[in-house]
Design a protein around this ligand. Structure first.
Ligand code: FES
Ligand code: FES
Length: 211
């Protein structure tokens, strides 16, 4: 037998042997219990308040807060943009602080109070920030707007509480709602339509910096 023929035969032998080994691993022998290819996901009970209503859920531990809100509670006002913490479309308030709901697991929020855009105001009685966004035309397609509004509400609260930002020259000074402050603090909320200047106008009015 020449060398090429020997090589071909040994390759075929290797492939046949590998296939037999794989089959032996995947197929259980007679009388044994078949192992599920994908085990059931681990779930955990979690209870939290959303917009003043308490919810008791049993969730896959990998469920993000964003998916819990949108898919389980059907609160679809909170938007999924990037799902990677880059756009801010999913911003909600948790115990008054803004967070990206796509970066947080729902089971981390047992006992927390979550506020989404649906809980800020009603059609009959808009939150002042919602009314200001309408007045100043602070959106175009509106996809980023729920996150922008939740973030804007939290920003003004941060300024009121004296939480410093990178825009401050003097970190110890009390922050004010200047345009530079507002822009810096809103920099995690991206708007593909480019409504930034109108968003600042709305925020400045609610902050009392403009009329
Ligand atoms: S969807 Fe959460 S930051 Fe983009
Ligand atoms: S209004 Fe369209 S992305 Fe902001």
């Amino acid at each position: 037998m020449d060398d090429d023929r020997k090589l071909e035969l040994s390759r075929r032998g290797l492939l046949v042997g590998s296939a037999a080994a794989a089959a032996a691993t995947a197929v259980p022998s007679a009388g044994t219990q078949a192992t599920p290819l994908r085990p059931n996901p681990a779930t955990m009970p979690v209870s939290f308040e959303v917009n003043g209503t308490r919810y008791d859920l049993d969730l896959d531990t990998r469920t993000t807060l964003l998916d819990a809100l949108r898919e389980h509670l059907k609160l679809t006002g909170t938007k999924k943009g990037c799902d990677h913490g880059q756009c801010g479309a999913c911003t909600v308030l948790v115990n008054g602080e803004r967070i990206n709901a796509c970066l947080s697991l729902a089971v981390q929020h047992s006992g927390d109070a979550v506020t989404t855009i649906e809980g800020l105001g009603t059609i009959e009685q808009l939150h002042p920030m919602q009314a200001a966004f309408i007045k100043h035309d602070s959106y175009q397609c509106g996809y980023c707007t729920p996150g922008q509004i939740c973030s804007a509400v939290a920003v003004l609260d941060e300024i009121k509480r004296g939480v410093p930002s990178h825009a401050q020259v003097d970190i110890a000074a009390r922050p004010d709602p200047s345009d530079a402050e507002l822009r810096e603090r809103m920099s995690g909320n991206i708007c593909r339509c480019g409504a930034y200047s109108n968003i600042v106008e709305a925020m400045a009015e609610v902050a009392g910096a403009r009329t």
